[in-house]
Design a protein around this ligand. Structure first.
Ligand code: SAM
Length: 276
């Protein structure tokens, strides 16, 4: 009978966050595949678990994935752990899950910490609807394209970021989302110096220009204000002012109002200028 793949979530800083079920699974499997075997060895030593370890990481994920699948098909149960948190969330793992599904191997998630969810629930932002955006690309153009595609996103957005890229990312947020957008910068989650810094994007830039950021971050960014789609309750003047407040020039605001209302720009211009 084929073995199974267990996706074992491990702590993101505080070792007490490991679950009883995760410990049971780690004790029972035949092999543990880890992103960084030295890092995982420390965790296993702490909980006095002795198991064979093998590496499964970014640069061997394809070929190693098939090798691990073969071992499961031969009957071995394998636990996959990442350096922190839940495997397959912004770390290798999704490929292995896909390979197992392709080969008919059972995949069993063993839930626990996810930095994104930790950050979200402590951020003070709406949690009813949110989207996870992971790490932004290091490529400047891809980053901008990614952000521009979500410029009007109304759900709370969650990003992962490393300290050396934080300022550049905040500056990109400022360009695309605007400096007044609320952001919660969450670091050292679950650790002694856990920190939630709740500011606007511009305030965050000022803070980290003064004091360079340290540690890994989760950035929780408030969604864009819902756009009013039914403009009949707005006067033409208020409608134009709404766009000016959002940052459009008077000319572009009138153009946008004409488009929203399906009337000629000259009519908007005449009425707006008449009322002023
Ligand atoms: N699989 C992990 C999870 O479940 O959240 C995420 C792995 S990803 C490679 C690492 C990123 O997660 C970091 O760059 C940071 O953005 C975030 N992260 C992980 N642990 C964190 C912590 N204790 N405090 C703040 N952010 C953390």
């Amino acid at each position: 009978m084929a073995g199974k793949l267990y996706l074992c979530a491990t702590p993101i800083g505080n070792l007490s966050d490991i679950t009883l079920r995760c410990l049971e699974v780690l004790e029972s499997v035949d092999l543990i595949a880890a992103e960084d075997t030295r890092h995982t060895l420390k965790l296993l030593n702490h909980f006095e678990i002795t198991k064979p370890l093998t590496s499964y990481y970014e640069h061997n994920r394809k070929e190693k994935g098939y090798m691990l699948a073969d071992e499961m098909l031969e009957g071995k149960n394998i636990a996959l752990v990442s350096d922190a948190g839940t495997p397959a969330i912004s770390d290798p793992g999704e490929d292995l899950v896909a390979i197992c599904i392709e080969k008919g191997i059972d995949v069993v998630p063993v839930p626990g910490c996810v930095a994104a969810i930790n950050a979200l629930i402590g951020s003070g932002m709406p949690t009813g609807r949110f989207c996870f955006e992971g790490f932004l690309s290091v490529n400047k153009q891809s980053r901008r394209e990614h952000l521009e595609a979500i410029a009007d996103e109304t759900r709370t957005m969650i990003f992962y970021e490393a300290p050396h890229k934080l300022l550049a990312t905040l500056k990109d947020f400022e360009k695309v989302f605007g400096g007044d957008r609320k952001i919660s910068l969450c670091r050292e989650l679950t650790k002694i110096h856990e920190e939630y810094v709740r500011l606007t994007v511009s305030e965050a830039i000022a803070k980290y220009e003064e004091t360079p950021p340290k540690g890994e971050f989760v950035l929780v960014v408030s969604g864009a204000e819902e756009k009013i789609e039914d403009f009949s309750s707005l006067s033409i003047s208020d409608h134009v002012e709404m766009y000016i407040k959002e940052g459009l020039s008077e000319k572009d605001a009138m153009k946008a109002v004409a488009k929203d209302r399906g009337i000629k720009k000259s009519d908007i211009y005449a009425e707006y200028k008449l009322l002023r």
